[in-house]
Design a protein around this ligand. Structure first.
Ligand code: ADP
Ligand code: MG
Ligand code: MG
Length: 192
């Protein structure tokens, strides 16, 4: 991935989040505190502004700038988690990782930071299979939709939704939904 592709990807994602802000916050109202869309919108506005005002020289610098914007501007669990993912992607890029390896490093960073694993009904339920599909070059928009949908029957055991216990069952995880949007936007700018 080039820095130009990174910027195109995240500019697109900023617009996607803006368009889905209410929808994501509504999902979070059902099993959380109703702020996920607003949190992500604040973060992606900051990302877009930072990339426009201080154009990064290369991919590594770009990923780091994205991470810093997300960590500093997003209140709530999702900011540090997405921020850590981009920070780890930047470190991987610095070590000449391939793009699938970068996304895997991002997923590993989220797991380490949040102490969650696959099946806990979090954004990781999208990041982990997407990283695997990217490595196998088999990622499609349909598969991403299925990973997001597959969080519905799960009971949350990490994050705020876990406070609901069994009542978290039957609803899509908002962080999985926003992650699905991130990777569907990736497919449109980067091919598959
Ligand atoms: P908050 O829960 O602090 O209000 P958000 O609403 O912005 O933050 O984000 C909630 C999302 O964060 C959840 O839907 C879930 O996907 C993700 N999340 C929460 N805790 C964890 C964790 N420990 N590991 C991975 N993802 C998590
Ligand atoms: Mg929330
Ligand atoms: Mg919150």
């Amino acid at each position: 991935m080039t820095v130009e592709e990174l910027i195109a990807w995240l500019d697109k994602y900023q617009a996607t989040i803006e368009a889905n802000k209410a929808n994501l916050s509504e999902m979070d109202t059902v099993i959380g505190d109703g702020d996920h869309g607003n949190n992500m919108a604040r973060g992606m506005d900051a990302v877009k502004e930072s990339l426009a005002q201080n154009p990064p020289a290369d991919l590594v610098a770009g990923l780091k700038a994205v991470a810093m914007s997300l960590i500093s501007k997003v209140g709530g669990a999702s900011g540090p988690l997405y921020g850590t993912a981009f920070l780890e992607m930047g470190k991987a890029a610095k070590n000449d990782a391939t793009f699938p390896e970068m996304i895997q490093a991002g997923a590993d960073g989220i797991a380490k930071r949040g102490g969650a694993a696959i099946g806990n009904k979090t954004m990781l339920d999208v990041w982990i299979p997407v990283a695997k599909d990217l490595a196998a070059n088999t990622l499609t928009a349909d598969k991403i939709d299925r990973y997001v949908e597959a969080t519905k029957p799960l009971q949350a055991t990490k994050g705020r939704a876990s406070y609901l216990g069994e009542r978290s069952i039957g609803h899509i995880d908002p962080g999985a939904a926003s992650s699905g949007m991130l990777f569907k936007d990736l497919l449109t700018v980067w091919g598959s």
